[in-house]
Design a protein around this ligand. Structure first.
Ligand code: SF4
Ligand code: SF4
Ligand code: FES
Length: 354
């Protein structure tokens, strides 16, 4: 909920007519209604400015959260046309120019309190579960200041940018089917401390994050990377936690076993041998139990050949890559390529081709 704001009114600023459809919701009565509003707003207005104008001039009962108005506090997360956004980041001019009337609704995966306000308690509960503070391994600070190099801190630079807005959680596929999944924000926070060179409780943290509802329950849909307004790339943080866990020998979860098998199969034959996945990671008994399901998949043409036809012609490339990563000591989190870097490289390559 918000206090009405004071609008900075410049009588000479060019204005535009902005229309929004907003899902109004009352948790007490369960009433839900899509209402359309139209206001005149300065051309520089963002979504949050327009909501302020609606609340000030049209309907004071509209509820939403805000504070900083500059993408720092993380209060104004909501959905625009079904995608999580920070209301103070979304400029309205291009949308108005396109003649579009966006639909605004509350974030997903969190209970709605009223209109665009969600209950953040489940979100904070998960953040608390990953122990969001540094454990430097001592109670009394040493007399001398401990300097950490910028290079060491760069490892967690992106995760440290998180403003706890919940936009990633709103879009999380896994959380939709398993509300107990720790989720992208809490797991990114987890890596922020696992990767901190001053932290001394890494193994304990990794063990916690490898439990049920932890890192291996992520479906890798990448929606959290796509929607995070601060470039934290939580899915990459989860990948780093997975790689770091395997490096430390914490591989009891089936997800870790699968990841390890794929590395072995790529290294030995150059193929991802999915048909061997169950017997190699869960054992023969499980494989027999899954046989009925496998036959069903087979009937629908969804099973790859049981035995790969041959060792891949270019298997030396996969083996070379494996050796390179090993020689460079890039196992663990250091071996994870950040999404944005991979995308930038693809863009670059595309540019060279053109
Ligand atoms: S990649 Fe994983 S954590 Fe991120 S939104 Fe998808 S399921 Fe959730
Ligand atoms: S990771 Fe990004 S989207 Fe998720 S809470 Fe942090 S800043 Fe928001
Ligand atoms: S109001 Fe603070 S992030 Fe939008």
């Amino acid at each position: 909920m918000t206090e009405t704001s004071v609008q900075v009114e410049d009588p000479n600023a060019p204005t535009m007519a902005v229309a929004l459809k907003i899902w109004r919701y009352d948790a007490q009565t369960g009433e839900k209604e899509l209402r359309e509003y139209e206001v005149d707003a300065p051309e520089w207005a963002c979504l949050l400015d327009v909501l302020d104008l609606i609340k000030d001039k049209v309907d004071g009962s509209l509820a939403y959260r805000k504070s900083c108005r500059m993408m720092i506090c993380g209060s104004c997360g909501m959905r625009m046309d079904g995608r999580a956004v920070l209301a103070c980041k979304e400029r309205m001019k291009p949308i108005v120019d396109a003649g579009h009337v966006p639909v605004i609704s509350a974030m997903g995966n969190l209970p709605i309190v009223k209109d665009l306000v969600v209950d953040m308690d489940p979100f904070w509960g998960k953040v608390r579960a990953v122990k969001p503070w540094l454990d430097p391994g001592y109670d009394e600070a040493e007399e001398k200041e401990r300097i950490v190099s910028q290079q060491d801190m760069n490892v967690i630079h992106k995760e440290a940018l998180c403003i706890m807005c919940g936009c990633c959680v709103s879009e999380c596929n896994s959380m939709e089917s398993d509300p107990d999944f720790l989720g992208p924000a809490a797991l990114a926070k987890g890596f922020r401390f696992v990767g901190d060179p001053r932290e001394r409780g890494q193994i304990e943290r990794l063990n916690t994050l490898n439990q049920e509802h932890g890192i291996w329950d992520c479906t890798r849909c990448y929606f959290c990377n796509e929607r995070c307004p601060k470039g934290v790339d939580p899915r990459d943080a989860i990948a780093k936690l997975g790689a770091e866990s395997i490096k430390e020998g914490i591989d009891h979860d089936m997800g870790a076993k699968h990841a390890k098998w794929f590395v072995t199969s790529a290294k030995t034959t150059g193929w991802l041998r999915e048909t061997e996945l169950v017997p190699k990671t869960q054992g023969v008994v499980s494989a027999i139990k899954e046989a009925k399901f496998a036959l069903k998949l087979l009937r629908h043409g969804k099973v790859p050949p049981p035995v790969p036809p041959h060792v891949a012609e270019d298997v030396h490339e996969a083996r070379g890559l494996y050796e390179l990563v090993r020689e460079q000591g890039r196992d663990g989190a250091l071996g994870i390529v950040q999404g944005e870097r991979a995308l930038a490289r693809l863009d670059q390559e595309k540019g060279l081709e053109e």
